[in-house]
Design a binder for this molecule. Structure first.
Ligand code: ATP
Ligand code: MG
Length: 180
C-alpha cells in the first residue's frame, strides 16, 4: 500500500486544482519558505480525518479554506482527495485503488467520501485503523512528535505499539460495543 496521488483544491494556499503524483519509495518536497510545503502535509492529515485545528496550524477549521490574496478572491470550500494504491490489499477492500475525499464548505458543512460514495468521518477513521496511516497513526511524524512519544505516559505509548501490532481496531470495536 502506498500513496499514489493527492488532489488539492481550495485548501490553504492551493486555489487551483493541484494533483501531486507519488511513486512508491521516497518523495521529497522542496521549495522556498512559505511556498506551501507544510500545507501539503496538512492536506494529507486533513483528508485522513484530522480534527485538531492546532495540528493543522489554524485557529478555526475554516482556516483550511483558501482565504484569498490581493489578486484572487477567497474560495467557498476546500476539497482534498487522496488516492491509495491497494494492489497488496492492505486495506480491506477488493480494489486496486482506494480514494478518500474530504470537503468543507465555509458554512461549516462537511462531506466525506470513500471511492466517491458518501460516508461518515468514522468510516474513514475505521478504514485506516491498524494500517498506521490514519489520523491517529504514526506514519506522519511532525516536528516534536518523537520527543512526545519518548516522554509520553506508558499508556499512551502503548497505543502506538497497539496500532503497529494491528490490534487497535479490536480495542476500538470493544469500546464501541460497550458504549451501546
Ligand atoms: P517553510 O519552509 O517556512 O516551512 P512552507 O513551504 O512549509 O514554508 P507553508 O506553511 O506550507 O509553507 O505555507 C504558508 C503559506 O500558506 C503562507 O503564505 C500562508 O499565507 C499560506 N496560507 C495558509 N493558509 C492559507 C489560506 N487559508 N488561504 C490562503 N493562503 C494560506
Ligand atoms: Mg513548513
Amino acid at each position: 500500500m502506498y500513496l499514489k496521488a493527492l488532489e488539492i483544491y481550495g485548501f490553504k494556499s492551493f486555489p487551483d486544482r493541484t494533483r501531486l503524483n507519488f511513486k512508491g519509495g521516497l518523495t521529497a518536497v522542496v521549495g522556498p519558505n512559505g511556498s506551501g510545503k507544510s500545507n501539503i502535509s496538512d492536506a494529507l492529515r486533513w483528508v485522513l480525518g484530522e480534527q485538531s485545528t492546532k495540528t493543522l496550524r489554524g485557529a478555526r477549521m475554516e482556516d483550511v479554506i483558501f482565504g484569498g490574496t490581493q489578486l484572487r478572491k477567497a474560495m467557498g470550500f476546500a476539497q482534498v482527495t487522496l488516492y491509495i494504491d491497494n494492489l497488496d490489499r492492505s486495506m480491506p477492500m477488493d480494489l486496486d485503488e482506494v480514494s478518500i475525499t474530504r470537503k468543507l464548505y465555509r458554512s461549516g458543512e462537511s462531506e466525506y467520501k470513500i471511492n466517491d460514495q458518501n460516508v461518515r468521518l468514522k468510516d474513514i477513521v475505521e478504514l485506516f485503523m491498524d494500517t498506521g496511516l490514519g489520523r491517529d497513526g504514526y506514519s506522519m511524524i511532525g516536528q516534536g512528535k518523537i520527543a512526545e512519544i519518548v516522554s509520553a505516559k506508558s499508556a499512551n505509548r502503548r497505543e502506538i505499539f497497539e496500532e503497529a501490532a494491528g490490534i487497535s481496531k479490536f480495542r476500538y470495536r470493544k469500546n464501541e460495543a460497550e458504549r451501546k
